[in-house]
Design a protein around this ligand. Structure first.
Ligand SMILES: Cc1cc2nc3c(=O)[nH]c(=O)nc-3n(C[C@H](O)[C@H](O)[C@H](O)COP(=O)(O)OP(=O)(O)OC[C@H]3O[C@@H](n4cnc5c(N)ncnc54)[C@H](O)[C@@H]3O)c2cc1C
Length: 283
């Protein structure tokens, strides 16, 4: 039974999530494809040490590629390590990720790994490196708000790995993270330049106009393969504009009953969303 906070938030949150069921995500993916946008499907849920739940999340990710194929959807999946076993033990996560990779790759999909809060960073990257040689299409998200990320971008790029660069959605402490907006943007620019000069086949994950324009400029200069990706329900105008200019664009589509934490992160990102919530409460 959802608590009062969750019930109040849902009318606002539903713009960012496809719905409760996998079928809702498939519909949202078809909608994205109709706008010439690739769908990146994520089953919500995180930080679970419960082996039964971990297995059920894994099973669900094993079903999605078959459905995408059946429905002729241009898309793939993005998984959260802490829903697949990393919140329990590293070997369990690794085993489940391999099951998902083998099943998805058999259908030609490139699996992406989300980056969660900092207690998971090291193991997420360790497992990525260990599996990369056998799964070279796999990509991993890196966060510009973390001070360690420049080193991580360089090391992932040096093995030929694929990076989705984002600002970072989790509150982190000032010892390990840049705290103010401007410094995070500056670091994003530094990392973007590294990707364009040394990497390939990466993802620019942002809705920030300044960063998108800079990526377009760097794209012309360096001629790399890359894709812009944005979240469902945010900046549809910009997505359409980039598609019209001939860029590859992806939309990250989360679904599932565990939408609360994800939506709180979207709330935090923008003060205007708090106003939307207030308006939905008081008409
Ligand atoms: C494809 C994709 C995958 C991601 N995966 C991860 C991940 O694995 N790990 C992780 O930590 N983070 C992830 N993120 C989230 C990311 O870290 C940021 O929290 C999020 O993208 C907001 O940062 P921004 O770069 O869009 O810049 P912001 O400065 O937050 O936003 C720039 C502009 O975009 C619009 N905008 C941004 N957010 C909202 C919103 N919530 N509602 C309405 N408008 C908004 C506004 O116009 C705003 O001015 C992902 C983001 C994307 C796009």
């Amino acid at each position: 039974m959802p608590g009062i906070g969750e019930r109040l938030l849902y009318p606002v949150a539903k713009r960012w999530i496809a719905g409760y069921e996998l079928g809702d995500a498939i519909k949202a993916a078809q909608d994205a494809n109709s706008r010439k946008i690739r769908a990146i499907i994520n089953r919500l849920g995180e930080h679970t040490p419960d082996v039964n739940r971990i297995e059920s999340y894994t099973q669900e990710y094993l079903r999605i590629p078959e459905l995408l194929e059946k429905e002729h959807i241009d898309g793939t999946i993005s998984v959260k390590p802490s829903q697949l076993g990393l919140a329990a033990e590293v070997p369990l996560y690794k085993k489940n990720l391999v099951r998902i990779l083998e099943n998805s790759e058999a259908r030609g999909l490139d699996v992406w790994v989300d980056m969660e809060n900092s207690p998971y960073t090291e193991h997420t990257l360790q497992v990525y490196r260990e599996l990369f040689e056998d799964h070279p299409k796999m990509g991993v998200c890196l966060q510009a708000n973390l001070k360690r990320t420049e080193k991580d971008v360089k090391s992932i790029v040096s093995i030929g790995g694929r990076v989705r660069l984002v600002k970072g959605a989790y509150p982190e402490n000032g010892e390990i993270a840049f705290k103010d907006r401007r410094t995070v943007e500056d670091n994003y620019l530094v990392l973007l330049k590294i990707l364009f000069s040394e990497g390939d086949n990466f993802v620019v994950g942002t809705h920030d106009t300044m960063l998108i324009e800079e990526a377009e400029r760097l794209g012309k200069e360096h001629g790399r393969t890359f894709e812009f990706e944005m979240l469902k329900g945010i900046r549809d105008d910009m997505k359409a504009e980039l598609v019209a200019k001939g860029h590859r664009v992806g939309e990250y589509i989360p679904y599932g009953p565990e939408w609360y934490n994800y939506s709180k992160r979207r709330m935090r990102e923008r003060k205007r969303n708090i106003l939307l919530l207030a308006r939905s409460l008081f008409g």
